[in-house]
Structures are given as C-alpha cells and as structure tokens.
Design a protein around this ligand. Sequence first.
Ligand code: ZN
Length: 146
Amino acid sequence: MTSEPLSAKYRTGKVYLCKLAHGGDLLDGITSFCKEKKIKMAAVSAIGALSAATVAYYDQKKRVYREITFKGRYEILGLTGNVSLKDGSPLCHAHLVCGDGKGRVFGGHLLRGCPVFACELTVTVLKGRPLERGYDEATGLPLWRE
Ligand code: ZN
C-alpha cells in the first residue's frame, strides 16, 4: 500500500548552537530549548556524550514502540531529527546513534532517559507554515499531515 508523499518548503531562520545542561535529559533539553525560543519547526542535530541511553524500536507489525535501555557511558555519535507540532506544542522527533568504549554502535528512536554528560546541540529554525502531527492509519504513527 502506498500513499502520496507530503512535502513543505521552508526558509532557514536562525541557527542556534546550545550546550545542554550536564545531568539533564537529552530529549527534554531539546524540547525545552525549542519551547523557550518559541520554535515550531526546526531541524536538529547533536553530538556529545551520555551517562545512559534509552531508545525505542518501532515494531511495524504490532505497531508498538519497544523500549531499549543501555546502562553505560556512551558517545553521541549522531543525533538527527526535527521539531514540528503535535497537539499545538513543539515535539522533537529524533534518532540517536551511540558508541560504546569498544567502538560498537547502536541506536534508535530517541526517548526520555538519556542523561546528558555533555551535548552540543544545533537547532536550525525553519520559517514557514508549521507541520502538525496526527495519527497515520497506514503506520499507526503520529506523522505529518496536510
Ligand atoms: Zn522515530
């Protein structure tokens, strides 16, 4: 089953670099920063280190997120994602790639439960009509809608 692609066009606004607070939660830190700056749409990326990691894997058949917790200290090798609106509030959707002390890599859909050891966040504000998330029948996910 296929559906029509949805796209929207934006101009780049301000670009923020932000050092997130040591000990704070990564996802909460990104969301709080966007709320504080009244950012509705953005592209986000980050590098840094975490004192633990919690991510999720979306089970496409059962349509549920399976949470995966890693207890250890990790590099944030890459975080990439976006900010758009859900129920009128900015929501950050990001995926995280971590590396451990042996250079092994893992990751997933970013969840709360990633205590920041250090994090350099880049937020590129997108100017234009914000996209709003809503339930998507085809996937069971809160995806962008017209
Ligand atoms: Zn995701």
